[in-house]
Design a protein around this ligand. Structure first.
Ligand SMILES: [Zn+2]
Length: 315
């Protein structure tokens, strides 16, 4: 079993929206609950704060604070093995049995046009920010937005703050124009949960040109387990179909720039052998059929660790 770093899950959104209170430790409804992270040997899990576009703008920031509170009261406090990663250097010193928990923001709609709200979210320990979810906001245009509209003037100010505070900028949900605008200005780039558009033509996936430009700009790509982003139609998708995206990106940009970003708890259809975080080692086994042990270790965790070393060095 190899330790894995997973760049995206939506546990906090589920904790915030399920009517019944859920135990983070073992609730069956949570695909990335603690017991499943342990079973799948997930060593560092990223937890996205995600606010539905249906929440009125005036209530969105409160909803962010609520998810931060749930991260503390449901994920961290009752589970002493869960360690809040507020400094990247903590990842390298996690003890066996400890699981790093990284707070991220998926779509920054909630800050409106108020940079002080962005600073407040970063002060809470958020280490990676996706500027949009699928719709547009005051910062940029998402995957569902008009493709020719990109980063706004306010969005440029947001990226400046993220750069100044050494925060990772996530391009996964951006539309094409926003992507091209953002990679020119963001210091630390990552696609936390995106696949290859040349294998599955979906606006959430990266074109070959985008993948190359992202890696040329120092970014990494973490593939996502969602069947609709793996194969058109999302029917009968197998683990091998996910591996095909990794092989495609490996040929295109180099395997050392790749990693994993499950999207557990943000998805409700699955690859048969990959239904929750407890199945994570199935990905590792499948990777071993195609890559050397060192390359598999890279995709599982070490590539991200190398990436983070550069982030730390520029801080
Ligand atoms: Zn997402």
């Amino acid at each position: 079993m190899l330790k894995v770093i997973d760049l995206h899950c939506d546990v906090l959104y589920k904790l915030a929206t399920m009517e019944e209170p859920l135990s983070y430790e073992n609730a069956d409804l949570l695909q990335a609950n603690k017991m499943r992270l342990i079973a799948g040997k997930v060593h560092v899990q990223f937890f996205a704060i995600f606010i539905s576009p249906e929440i009125p703008q005036k209530d969105k920031f409160m909803a962010v604070l609520r998810q931060i509170e749930l991260f503390h009261t449901k994920v961290l406090a009752p589970n002493p093995e869960m360690v809040h990663i507020t400094d990247w250097s903590q990842i390298d010193v996690l003890a066996d049995g400890q699981i790093g928990a990284v707070l991220t923001l998926e779509g920054a709609d909630a800050i409106g046009e108020d940079l002080s709200k962005l600073h407040a979210v970063l002060d809470a320990g958020v280490k990676l920010v996706g500027l949009t979810w699928n719709p547009a906001n005051a910062i940029a245009h998402g995957a569902d937005a008009e493709p020719i509209l990109g980063l706004t003037d306010f969005g440029r100010q947001v990226v400046d703050v993220l750069n100044a505070r050494n925060i990772l900028v996530d391009v996964s949900h951006l539309n094409e124009q926003s992507f091209w605008d953002v990679i020119k200005v963001a210091k630390h780039l990552v696609a936390s949960h995106s696949n290859a558009r040349s294998l599955c033509d979906h606006p959430r996936n990266l074109t070959d040109e985008q993948a190359k430009a992202l890696v040329d700009s120092g970014g990494h790509i973490h593939v996502v387990y969602y069947p609709h982003f793996i194969k058109a139609g999302g029917e009968l998708v197998k683990l091998e179909d996910l591996i095909a995206h990794i092989k495609h990106f490996a040929n295109l940009v180099g395997v050392q720039h790749l990693g994993l970003g499950s999207d557990f708890d943000g998805i409700s259809v699955f690859i048969e052998e990959l239904k929750d975080a407890g199945d994570t080692q199935h990905v590792v086994s499948a990777l071993r059929e195609h890559f050397s042990e060192e390359e598999v270790r890279g995709i599982a965790a070490n590539n991200f660790k190398s990436y983070i070393q550069k982030v730390i060095a520029t801080g």
